[in-house]
Ligand binder design. Structure first.
Ligand code: ZN
Length: 269
């Protein structure tokens, strides 16, 4: 999804190590503690294809190593085109199918769509409640979302407002609402008891502190991205750009590797 291939709803949202991170990266990148076997990981993001861009390699790795990963997409990407003659509901249906196919490639069995309008998200109490509901249903150990403080996505890009809105609403849902019976008592009536998330990984962060080596799973990330055919005009160009972008700048040329980076939070520590 380079500039030539991105639609408006995702343009500029490809996370990559910031220039600051490149300059200060240690010679040996710090590895994150991976979710242990049997852990549950919930990915909450705005648009179909966001999971693949932001964390597809990590998701593939965690799923392969025994974690149960679920996707919660807040919109169905109905503005993922630039022309007015597009049938938005039909585009949304197509993008949901593309997302389910990509999830299957990554080893993700559960995909939930909240059905909110693309491009119009606000981090309001309604969205917070919907995300609390998703957290209490799936009961994850780890939640992955966007870093809502990223206003400029990389050197010259503007981060999509939906990404910021979902990141903020998800943080607000994790702490304190999902873990407290006093928030959204109507959810107790749905049988959804409070649940405390142990760890949050923020994707697309400009201050990442956590590195996941996804070298063994990078081709699977690309294969999953390829499922989003409605959003890609030239997959080969995209794949080449992705291979460059996710290359670990700290790895020696004779031993290249691909990484995804996150900022980690432990909200109840
Ligand atoms: Zn997006």
């Amino acid at each position: 999804m380079g500039r030539a291939t991105r639609s408006t709803n995702g343009r500029g949202d490809i996370p990559r190590p910031s220039m600051r991170a490149r300059r200060t990266a240690p010679a040996v990148a710090v590895e994150a503690p991976l979710p242990a076997d049997g852990q549950k990981v919930l990915v909450v993001l705005a648009h179909p294809d966001d999971p693949e861009y932001f964390c597809g390699g990590s998701v593939a790795r965690w799923a392969a190593e025994g974690s149960d990963v679920a996707f919660c997409l807040v919109t169905s990407g109905d503005k993922g085109a630039d022309t007015a003659d597009v049938d938005a509901p039909e585009l949304a249906r197509r993008r949901e199918e593309e997302q389910r196919a990509a999830a299957k490639v990554l080893g993700v069995r559960t995909v939930v769509f909240l059905g909110r309008p693309d491009g119009m998200l606000e981090p309001d109490l309604d969205l917070r409640r919907d995300i609390v509901r998703a957290i209490r249903r799936f009961r994850p150990d780890t939640v992955i979302t966007c870093d809502p403080t990223t206003l400029f996505s990389h050197d010259k890009g503007i981060n999509h407002p939906d990404h910021r809105a979902v990141g903020l609403a998800t943080l607000d849902a994790v702490y304190p609402a999902a873990g407290s019976a006093l928030f959204f008592p109507d959810l107790l009536g749905e049988g959804l008891a409070p649940h405390k998330v142990l760890r949050v990984y923020l994707a697309g962060s400009q201050s990442p502190d956590t590195t996941i080596d996804v070298s063994l799973y990078f081709e699977r990330k690309l294969q999953a991205l390829r499922c989003h055919r409605s959003q890609i005009s030239d997959f080969d160009e995209l794949a080449a750009e992705m291979r460059r972008r996710y290359l670990d700048p700290a790895a020696p040329p004779e031993a290249p590797r691909h990484i995804e980076r996150f900022r980690s939070l432990e909200p109840f520590d």
